[in-house]
Design a protein around this ligand. Structure first.
Ligand SMILES: [Zn+2]
Length: 473
């Protein structure tokens, strides 16, 4: 369904009214190769590097895909959420046994992927694979380094949360397979679709009447394909277009509180698309991944704040707080550990150090020790996790999850505590599309991601939530 276009501010944008994107062309010049050299670089790609290039590596890559396909999704899911500890433990060991049996192949495939990143960065004159990867978003490496440093500063509160989990679960020692099982699953939740829309809209009131009215019309109208259906794709996503409505795919289940969070998340993406498309000419309307998750997780922050304030009981309040804690842990802390792993292993390749099964696992083990703390029991198999994360074969992407949520937490607090100026700056960010570099768009909205403060703010909130959960349980 494509409805009539309701232009923001009453008038359509004028396409091509701005100068073409010349700045990126100037920036990329030092790293551009002439056609002949570029062909040479492609031909010379070392046969043993790329996971999909040489016959050996193609075989390795297929093995990697096969292992993931062999392993039932249920097994990793069971290892995460089964309420009985023995079931979780057995599922965990069974799941990783397959990765253990193929660790040489997997290590060679991962090393190949890392060497390929290093090779292309060098061939195109970038100082490092990390800098080559951050170049497109014009993000300095200090953003990446600040993220890691700020998360490391706050690791004691992450360790305190694991200890709190251990106590609440009444277990003697805590393992990785004990970190996802819900510890407050006995709190019932039920929101029909209409109730979920009402809650989402009430929580988004700080964003003003214009935002809420547009969203209300969309969600109560035909923006969203709501419920699970036979043959329908699982999960949820939002898809925006330049000259039509933004559409949302949901598989909404009334008894799952997380689905209300998913709804406001996808609504955040849709409203970002709506504002960008109606405020920018075509070439600037499509926002980058770096800022995309800010608009969606911003809405989740407002929803969590609303639900915590309107909770009817201590246990309901605790359940929402726990949801928030787990979201920060999974999105900021865990993804930053992944980001640090990518940085270290690429630096090893650049320094000519061997990337073997043992050396890669050792790096990962050291990170697990730091991020999970000394009271956490690390099963040997957990080191194999570094071979099974798909993002590691497409390096330097996951840090955007962590910076995105950090920016969203900082901006949502700014809007909730601020006035008309703070709101107007945030709405301008939503209207910005890709008309500026992501860091400039965020800076104009009031958050400077080149400084460690936004990540610190997010993790201070994490520490406060852990303390509050401790007093509630
Ligand atoms: Zn999203």
């Amino acid at each position: 369904m494509s409805g009539p276009i309701a232009w923001q501010n009453g008038s359509a944008p004028t396409p091509f009214s701005r100068p073409p994107k010349t700045r990126p062309t100037v920036r990329t010049k030092p790293f551009k190769l002439d056609t002949r050299t570029s062909q040479h670089v492609q031909v010379k790609q070392p046969a043993s590097f790329g996971p999909k290039s040489s016959p050996f590596q193609r075989k390795s890559w297929r093995a990697w895909c096969r292992i993931r396909a062999w392993l039932p999704t249920d097994l990793s899911w069971t290892a995460s959420i089964a309420t009985h500890g023995d079931v979780r433990r057995n599922a965990f060991h069974q799941y990783y046994a397959e990765f253990c049996a193929h660790e040489n192949t997997l290590a060679a495939t991962l090393a190949g992927s890392i060497h390929t990143d290093v090779y292309y960065a060098r061939a195109r004159n970038y100082p490092s694979a990390l800098e080559a990867s951050l170049f497109a978003d014009n993000v300095p490496t200090s953003v990446y380094d600040n993220l890691i440093a700020a998360v490391r500063e706050h690791l004691p509160s992450v360790h305190a949360y694991f200890e709190l989990r251990r106590r609440k679960m009444q277990i003697d020692e805590i393992h990785h397979y004990d970190t996802y099982v819900p510890i407050l699953s006995d709190v019932p939740s039920h929101h029909t679709w209409d109730q979920a829309v009402d809650v989402v809209l009430a929580s988004l009131e700080p964003l003003g009447e214009g935002y809420c009215q547009t969203l209300a019309k969309g969600l109560r109208g035909r923006w969203c394909d709501r419920y699970p259906n036979q043959g329908k794709q699982s999960g949820a996503f939002s898809c925006g277009t330049f000259d039509g409505d933004p559409y949302i795919l949901m598989n909404y289940k009334p008894d799952v509180l997380n689905d209300v969070f998913t709804l406001t998340h996808e609504a955040g993406h849709s409203m970002h698309s709506f504002y960008s498309a109606r405020s920018q000419p075509f070439q600037y309307y499509n926002y980058t991944i770096f800022v995309a998750e800010v608009a969606s997780t911003f809405n989740e922050q407002l929803l969590a704040d609303y639900l915590i304030r309107h909770a009817d009981s201590k246990s309901e309040r605790a359940a929402i707080i726990n949801h928030e804690i787990d979201s920060i842990r999974a999105t900021i802390v865990r993804q930053t550990m992944f980001a640090e792993f990518e940085k270290i292993t690429h630096a090893m390749a650049e320094a000519g150090e061997p990337l073997t099964v043992a050396s890669i696992k050792e790096v990962y083990h050291r990170l697990l020790q730091d991020y999970f703390g000394q009271n956490f029991v690390l099963d040997d198999e957990l080191q194999l996790e570094c071979f099974r994360i798909p993002h590691f074969y497409r390096a330097f992407y996951v840090y955007k999850y962590a910076t995105g949520l950090s920016a969203a937490i900082a901006l949502s607090q700014r809007v909730m505590k601020g006035g008309a100026d703070e709101l107007s700056q945030y709405l301008k960010f939503l209207q910005g599309g890709c008309s500026k570099d992501p860091l400039d768009l965020l800076r104009d909205a009031g958050v400077d991601m080149t400084r460690p403060e936004p990540v610190r703010t997010a993790l201070s909130r994490f520490a406060e939530l852990v303390q509050e959960l401790d007093t509630l349980l």
